[in-house]
Design a protein around this ligand. Sequence first.
Ligand code: DGJ
Length: 729
Amino acid sequence: MGIKFFEDDKIFKLDAKNTSYIISIVDEEKFIGHVYYGKKIIDENVNYLLRLEEPPYVPSKNNRDRVSFYDSFPMEYSTHGIGDFRETALAIKDFNGNTTCKLRYCSHKIYEGKKELKDLPATFGKNNECTSLEITCLDEDANLEVILIYTVFESLDVITRSVRVENIGKEEVYLTKVLSMCIDFDGLNYDMISLHGSWARERHILRKKVTYGTQTVSSVRGESSHQDNPFIVLLDSSATQDFGEVYGFNLVYSGNFLAQVEGCQFDTTRVLMGINPSDFEWKLEPNEEFVAPEVVMVYSDEGIGKMTRTFHDLYRNHLIRGKFKDKKRPILINNWEATYFDFDTDKLLLIAREAANVGIEMLVMDDGWFGHRNADNSSLGDWIINENKIKGGLKYLVDEVNKLGLEFGIWFEPEMISPDSDLYREHPDWCIHIDGRTPALCREQYVLDLTRKEVVDYIYESIKKVLSSANITYVKWDMNRQITDLGSSVIGKEQHGEILHRYVLAVYDMMNRLTTDFPNILLENCSGGGARFDPGMLYYSPQIWCSDDTDAIERLKIQEGTAMVYPLSAMGAHVSDCPNHTVGRTTPFETRGYVALSGTFGYELDITKISEEDRNMIPKQVAMYHKYNDLVREGDYYRIDNFSENNNFDSWAVVSKNKDEALITCIQVLGRPNYHSRRIKLKGLDENSMYRNEETNEIYSGGVLMNGGINLTDLYGDYAGKLIHLIKC
Ligand code: DGJ
């Protein structure tokens, strides 16, 4: 059992592989205190860490300074209004408009396994893999029960947290903030990492020092966003890839989120994470409950790299689902960068024919096949094939593609509506809008009001009809704008603050229907590139399009940041044409292949137009994918050099779980004059085993390859890349 309750001392101890997490019930009023989170320890009662014998003391000993107690005690789940003036996790407005909430321990239960979170994506585990704890706390004045939910994954360093709030009173209560976790760390000597960016440069790693005051990473855009990812790391300021204590926090949610790190007055650091309270207010009627999304917490005592590998293992085994979770995915060619909106059946078949000749396995028809869409200004919502372009209809096209030996995939943007669409003309009130105010356009489109069930049903049924009409085995689910002009024709002012969360729940509901009705379809999420690369989406789709920026060099930073938390098997990555459409850079075709190989691998170019030299390279790249994809998908990922830090050279390795083989990718972004060969030190090998370099046949021990290193003698030129494959002998 990974969770124990010590009755005499009123202590909960949660033990994962190398992690301990300790909660204690203190004083007569049964405050729930956070005692310890870090490297595994054998003690359970370490209450001395709470400093209860120091001023301001607990209220039973010193009631005159109760507020000082609230303002310094490490409350396991901090609440608003009582005197904890740091950032808090829970805020309410009761029937009388009061906003204070005070929790005390009431009861608890510990059980094997993990329950699902109602209507939300979450990690899962079998009874023998994890143990859960639910601590019920009570605010008897506000008539609220707050259940703190924990799960320990015993063979990993993972603890998940979530919160359920139940109204046990006779009047409604408004929840104005329900974050999913709160932890107070002693000390302030931490750094914080977040994944920051914008369109075409998502998830660049940003590391900064934690200081007094609040440092926030968030989204208020209705999606998890290009700009910030729902992931932060708190780490010792001296921690590196391979050393030091590191705590990673990732919210399993795809909408507005908030992650806060607060350096507090007594040199403690508070971390909070959950749904962003901005534009959030949830009306809880008597007997109703609200469930907050899950936060995954990973502890590493061996630097950032070990945290990363733990997230990868957890997500590959306990989050991603479906037929493709552990499978090699078909190599696809997507026509977006090949044709944009300018395509028809003939053009697609030409591409498919060439693709089949070189070993590509699937054709994906991107945006522009429906309604009268020939640019990004119309037809979203009219999910009817445009037979002027797709002559002979969808089934004909799919059958022809299948005859060439390729599977067929299709693009949708289910959450959107174009003002120029039959759907909008018929239902102008089906978009998110404020009555009487014209909503702002973004990419010339509006967002559908998915809080309305009839809208969700209509859209889902239109998509289902298309998917049932031909042999379609892949869907790219896109989402290309942020949500503004928050309003709904059906949601009254009392529930206005529910729109954004209800929207996210409806997206999950649609994805659930899709994956249930079409279990053989490979679903790839996308949001204007990578604006929804989050664990919520991974629960429904085993892969997510990483970025619209397909330039191999730009991708180094994007993929490094993404891979800090999300597995390589989930990163949508394609070889595209040069000069690259986003940055105008020309990189060798080979290098583009090496970078895409560390993701899902596919193509996004007009294969009928690229040079013969490049086209001839595709069969080799296809063979490379088939040779290495099992290793890339399932292996342990190690960062060796970071272009994001040195602006010159990037390298990473994937090592098989049994350490029998390793694949090292090296990308020299800029050539260097007048130096010796570059030397890299490998990681993750077995130091006492011998490894053969498949290319050179040289044999060295893992020990020397990791401690002495390997010389890269044949990297010449800017953007040059190479793979090194080591096999244990
Ligand atoms: C944004 C996506 O990221 C692209 O790959 C492409 O599908 C376009 N949308 C189509 O509109």
